[in-house]
Write a protein that binds this ligand. Structure first.
Ligand code: PLP
Length: 394
């Protein structure tokens, strides 16, 4: 019951135990095309350029940023938690001129604040996290893409923690590049990063990409690399798109087992229905929120902007947060999350996401937490957490 990774849906585990097939087996290329179509629906986009990056979520982030940014490009990063800092660092490593704006952890940006910064910085790219797991905040995105486009910038969004459990509308919100992971609301393991690029983003990528010499009929002829070639081969999205596209131009060896897993995650989500999945995350997130408050615990941050799928709970004075986590794990088999940076030692993060966004998981977690808290001398009213959660379910 942490902020991800989470318990993997058994259907995803079963899918991942299937035998491997060759890279150009029609079954394999069929799965690839089907998975692209599934993730278009998950991202709510018509983008042809929708693929998986083999690697954890930050592989998706690196692929998007290294492929979109040339050294010296101005980038605006609104930072409201750990993962905003990560976007900033990766953009700096790409050689971009990075301008960050910040709000205190536990808050989000207003559209006006983002627009003012875009006016001042005049970036080529705005890089923004949707749900920053470190603070649990969910940055509103409506209008941000339109602001970026009015001022000639592209919009990149990291929706790793929020996708599937909170609304995300890639096309309607004019997002140019989005990346995610499986290990949160999608109910899978880490190791595959779904990614989608708008036609505008593809244009930028194509202007910086080339074909590997060893794939050309005459390696020495033509194909001079562009002046600002993408500085990574593995994350060159032009090459990755050629690999997933109709020409199936060879690149890396696809991580077949992760493809099976990613495909099954999307199938599960779409069988349930995106709106139904978001509503499920909202329901169980609300129940957990009411439950921890029922236990007398305080919740960190601007709760009106909290993601549905995770809550940051302030550790009561005098209670050893790590000892509580250890006892929950040892005695009840339940893992809750610790925190980073300024929140380290101050909050626990409790997730209700993917396969764990379930009533029994919420109620058992609250009942177990109550027992452990009482043992640690916190004044908790017997049954108050579960009762408050049950009221949400009533
Ligand atoms: C919002 C966000 N971005 C990026 C990451 C990095 O993901 P990974 O550890 O899969 O590389 C995480 C992980 O928790 C995350 O929550």
């Amino acid at each position: 019951m942490g902020p991800g990774p989470i318990t993997v849906d058994p259907r995803v585990l079963r899918a991942m135990s299937a035998q491997l097939v060759g890279q150009y087996d029609p079954a394999m290329t069929g799965y690839m095309s089907e998975t692209q179509e599934l993730y278009r629906e998950v991202f709510r986009t018509r983008n042809e350029a929708t693929v998986l990056i083999d690697g954890t979520s930050r592989a998706g982030i690196e692929a998007a940023l290294v492929s979109l940014l040339s050294p010296g490009d101005r980038v605006l990063v609104p930072v409201f938690g750990r993962f905003g800092h990560l976007l900033r660092e990766i953009a700096e490593r790409c050689g971009a001129e990075v301008h960050a704006i910040e709000v205190p952890w536990g808050q989000v940006f207003s559209l006006e604040a983002i627009e003012q910064a875009v006016r001042e910085v005049r970036p080529r790219l705005v890089a923004l996290v949707q749900g920053d797991t470190s603070t649990t905040m969910n940055q509103p995105l409506e209008g941000v893409g339109a602001v970026c486009h009015r001022h000639g910038a592209l919009l990149y969004v990291d929706c790793t923690a929020s996708l599937g459990g909170n609304p995300f509308e890639m096309d309607a919100w004019e997002v140019d590049a989005a990346t995610a992971g499986l290990q949160k609301c999608l109910g899978g393991p880490s190791g595959s990063a779904p990614l989608s690029l708008s036609p505008r983003a593809v244009e930028v990528v194509r202007s910086r990409s080339s074909v590997e010499a060893g794939l050309r009929a005459d390696p020495d002829a033509g194909g001079a690399p562009p002046a600002e070639r993408i500085r990574s081969n593995y994350f060159d999205l032009g090459m990755v798109l050629d690999y997933w596209g109709p020409q199936r131009l060879n690149h890396h060896t696809e991580a077949t087992t992760m493809l099976y897993g990613a495909r099954e995650c999307a199938r599960l989500l779409l069988e349930e229905g995106l709106q139904a999945a978001v509503a499920r995350h909202r329901l169980h997130g609300d129940a957990m929120l009411a439950g921890v408050r029922g236990l007398g615990l305080r919740v960190f941050g601007d709760v009106a902007h909290k993601m549905h799928n995770v809550v940051a709970v302030e550790i009561p004075d005098g209670v050893d947060g790590e000892a509580v986590r250890a006892e929950l794990l040892h005695d009840y088999g339940i893992e809750i999350g610790t925190s980073f940076g300024p929140l380290a030692g101050r909050v626990w993060r409790i997730g209700t996401m993917g396969y764990n966004a379930r009533k029994d998981a919420v109620l058992v977690t609250l009942a177990s937490l109550e027992q452990v808290l009482r043992r640690h001398g916190a004044p908790v009213e017997a049954g108050a957490g579960s009762a408050a959660a049950q009221q949400v379910y009533a």
